[in-house]
Design a protein around this ligand. Structure first.
Ligand code: GLC
Length: 431
C-alpha cells in the first residue's frame, strides 16, 4: 500500500488524520491570516499586533488533548506564516514570539504537548515573508504589492533571504527532535518571471540540507521542485479520484481543510461546516487514498473557541466508534463498486471493507458485485450483526427489495442507535 516517498511514509498512510494549526499575530485582528495582504497594512500598523500579542489562556496541552480525542495522529503547526512572525526563539530574527511581552517559546511548548499526547510533529514554514528586509517584493503577494517596486526593493537580496530560510530550517530540524513533516508554503512561478519559485528559494540546496539533517521527514509539494516532494496538498477541496503521479501510481496526498474558510482565527466568519460535512470530508479523503489535515485557528488569547471545539467534538464522537474504518485504511480495490451515496474504505491487512452511508437508506441496501464474498457484517458503532441476503438465499419476495444478480443485500435497522446517526459505518469481513 505504501507509495514511493523520499521520507518515511508508512505511518502517514496508516494514520490518515492530522490537525493543522494556524496561529500567530493575525489572531489579534481576527480576520484570517491574509489580512495584512488584503488591507495592504504597512509595517508599523502590523507591529501593533506584535506589541499586543499576549495569549494569557494559551494551554497547548488542551489543544493536544482535543486533537487526540478527535482521532488526529499528527499536527502541523505554523512555525512562521507569510507575515514572517516566528513562533520559536530563532537566533536569526527579533520578529519572534520570545520578543513579545508573552515571551514564551510557544512552538516548543506546542511540540512538547502534542508529543506527550502521542502525536507526530509537522512544521509549516512559509516561503513567503512580508516582514524580512531581504525578501523581494513582487506584485502578487504582500502588503506592498501595489507600491513602487523598484524603490521598495532597493538593497533587498533574495540570496540572503534564501540563506535565512536555510538557517531557520537548521534550527527547526535540530532543536525540536524528530520532525515528521516539513510543510513549505508556497511557490507561485509566473511565465513572465514576476512570481517566485524554486530558484528564488534555492530549493535544491534547501532540500539537500533537509535530507542531510532529517532524511525521514516528508516534504510537501509547494517548493516548486516536484521531484523532491513527497506529499501532494490539495487545499479547500476534495479530489474525486486518488491523486496519481506521471506514471499513474497513487501518490501520497493530504487535503488541507478548514472548518469555516479562514485558516487563522476569524471571529466573524459564519459558514461553519456541520458535523455531517466534517465526517463526510474525512471519509472522502480516506476513501480516495488520502489524508485529511483539518485546520484550527486558536484565538489571540490562546484557546480554541467553542465553534472549533464543536467541530473537534464531532470528529471525536465519530472516531470513538469508527476509527477502525480510518486507520490503516485507504481506497478499496476497484472491483468493489460503491453504492449510491456511499463510500468504501478498505483495510488490506484485515481484509475488512467499510461501507460509509452518507444518506441513510433505511431498511436495506444492495451492494453490487459482492455476492459470495462477505463472511459477516456488523454495524461498526455497536458491533451488532447486520444480516446478509443474496439472490441465492432470498426466501421471501418483497417487491422492492429483490437482490440484483451478483449483489448482496444488507438488512439494516430502520432506526439507528442514537450515537451513530452521522455517517453510520458497516464493517464487512471479506472471505
Ligand atoms: C495557502 C495560504 C495560507 C494557508 C495555506 C494552507 O497557501 O496562503 O494562508 O496557510 O494555504 O494550505
Amino acid at each position: 500500500m505504501d507509495t514511493f516517498a523520499h521520507g518515511d511514509s508508512a505511518w502517514f498512510t496508516h494514520d490518515r488524520f492530522g490537525m493543522f494549526i494556524h496561529w500567530g499575530l493575525y489572531a489579534l485582528p481576527a480576520r484570517g491570516e491574509w489580512l495584512r495582504h488584503f488591507d495592504e497594512k504597512p509595517e508599523d500598523a502590523y507591529l501593533t499586533y506584535f506589541d499586543h500579542f499576549n495569549p494569557d489562556m494559551f494551554d497547548p496541552k488542551e489543544w493536544a488533548k482535543s486533537a487526540r480525542m478527535a482521532g488526529m495522529k499528527y499536527v502541523v503547526i505554523t512555525a512562521k506564516h507569510h507575515d514572517g512572525f516566528c513562533l520559536w526563539d530563532s537566533k536569526h530574527t527579533d520578529f519572534k514570539v520570545t520578543k513579545t511581552k508573552f515571551g514564551r517559546d510557544v512552538l516548543r511548548e506546542i511540540i512538547d504537548a502534542f508529543r506527550s499526547e502521542g502525536l507526530r510533529i509537522g512544521i509549516y514554514y512559509s516561503l513567503i515573508d512580508w516582514h524580512h528586509e531581504d525578501f523581494i517584493i513582487d506584485r502578487h503577494v504582500g502588503p506592498y504589492r501595489n507600491g513602487d517596486l523598484d524603490k521598495l526593493n532597493q538593497g533587498r537580496d533574495m540570496k540572503r533571504y534564501a540563506q535565512y530560510m536555510r538557517d531557520q530550517v537548521i534550527e527547526l530540524l535540530t532543536e525540536f527532535g524528530k520532525v515528521d513533516i516539513l510543510w513549505f508554503d508556497f511557490s507561485y512561478p509566473k511565465t513572465d518571471g514576476s512570481g517566485k519559485g524554486k530558484d528564488d528559494w534555492e530549493a535544491e540546496k534547501l532540500v539537500e540540507l533537509i535530507r542531510s539533517l532529517q532524511p525521514g521527514v516528508l516534504l510537501d509539494n509547494r517548493l516548486d521542485l516536484p521531484e523532491a516532494s513527497d506529499i501532494k496538498t490539495p487545499e479547500q477541496y476534495t479530489p474525486d479520484n486518488p491523486l496519481v503521479d506521471e506514471n499513474g501510481n497513487v501518490s501520497l496526498w493530504e487535503g488541507c481543510q478548514t472548518f469555516s474558510g479562514s485558516w487563522g482565527y476569524n471571529r466573524d466568519e459564519g459558514n461553519w461546516k456541520t458535523p455531517q460535512m466534517c465526517i463526510e470530508m474525512l471519509v472522502n479523503h480516506v476513501s480516495r487514498g488520502g489524508n485529511l489535515l483539518m485546520n484550527v485557528g486558536p484565538t489571540a488569547r490562546g484557546f480554541l473557541d467553542d465553534r472549533t471545539q464543536a467541530g473537534l467534538t464531532a470528529y471525536a464522537d465519530w472516531m470513538k466508534f469508527n476509527a477502525r474504518a480510518v486507520y490503516g485504511c485507504g481506497m478499496a480495490p476497484k472491483e468493489f463498486c460503491e453504492p449510491k451515496d456511499c463510500r468504501y474504505t478498505w483495510n488490506p491487512e484485515t481484509k475488512c471493507l467499510y461501507l460509509h452511508l452518507f444518506t441513510y437508506p433505511f431498511k436495506h441496501i444492495h451492494l453490487p458485485d459482492l455476492a459470495g464474498k462477505i463472511n459477516y457484517a456488523q454495524l461498526l458503532a455497536d458491533g451488532s450483526e447486520i444480516t446478509i441476503r443474496s439472490s441465492e438465499n432470498e426466501v421471501h419476495t418483497n417487491l422492492n427489495s429483490g437482490t440484483p444478480d451478483n449483489a448482496i443485500t444488507l438488512e439494516l435497522p430502520v432506526k439507528l442507535p442514537s450515537h451513530c446517526t452521522v455517517v453510520p459505518v458497516i464493517e464487512l469481513f471479506l472471505k
